[in-house]
Design a protein around this ligand. Sequence first.
Ligand code: FPP
Ligand code: ZN
Length: 329
Amino acid sequence: MSFTRSKHLAFIQELDGRIQKLDYWQADYLRMNGIYWALTALLLLRPELDPLSNEFDLSSPLTRTDVLKFVVECQRPEGGFGGNVGHDAHMTFTLSAIQILVMIKGLNDPRIDLDRHIRCTLPAQQSPNHLGIQSRQREDGSFSGDEDGEIDTRFSYCAISALKLLARLDAINLSTAVAFVEKCRNFDGGFGAIPGGESHAGQIFCCVGMLTILNIEIQAADRLSEWLAWRQLPCGGLNGRPEKLEDVCYSWWVLSSMAMLNRLTWIDGEKLKEFILSCQDAVSGGFSDRPDDMADIFHTVFGLAGLALLGFPGLDSVDPKYCMPTRFL
Ligand code: FPP
Ligand code: ZN
């Protein structure tokens, strides 16, 4: 199937209206993530597009002013960002908010109080109590997604990626953070969400991503890469764990990990390209998880980012550690 670039651009441009009409209530709580996925997809498809230009406002589902206003309004007084206005903060939304601000060059907006999202201060020192990323780290180095929430290596990644983008890695204990992630390593070479948790390609992206951001060499890289290479199925698509179906989003989680391990060639890129292209909606644009399913922006960004990692012509280069176009890093 040929690459339907203009359809994908139209799919992204109409996204906001489509969300409001079709499945708004489902997407409502993930709006911050949705805007990060849409912006990343748009900027990969348009390597020359400047987010400060009028043209950006015409191609994006939301204008730069509206994106910035939304992010400003999702700041929580106690620190962190919610998935939508008035929603509680969570590490995954905080990372998306910071990635969006990097891409639209909004980090210096006077309405954004970065320190509040980074630091933890006691009520006696400051009111309201500040519960920034720093406060999400536990004694054992792990991170929770929100106050008293679950521990997961996804949140270790979110913390380290966000703090590195802000040049504030000094805010957390890096040696315990690394020690915790190393404890989530399994005998099969992969990583899980917590110590003893099953190896999963999404968690592997998070652990390998975090270690790579910190410039820490990945041990036993061959064993891990073998596990990742086994994710490719005869159809060319990749799954996230043994016995699971192929899915376009794993083109990203697996391939980006392989790129960080410098073993991209361990995957058959041509077969994967064909699989990703077969998941395009040739009529309305966007990509779905598997051929003929309904397209959504989550699978669209990871399909495009996977193609970008494979060097597909006309797409901007993508950074495997951050899942952002390299020109913003
Ligand atoms: C699969 O989830 C994916 C993961 C576990 C990784 C999620 C990564 C983050 C939240 C970090 C931020 C990501 C980026 C790109 C900056 P799933 O629940 O779909 O798994 P399943 O396929 O097993 O259901
Ligand atoms: Zn998926």
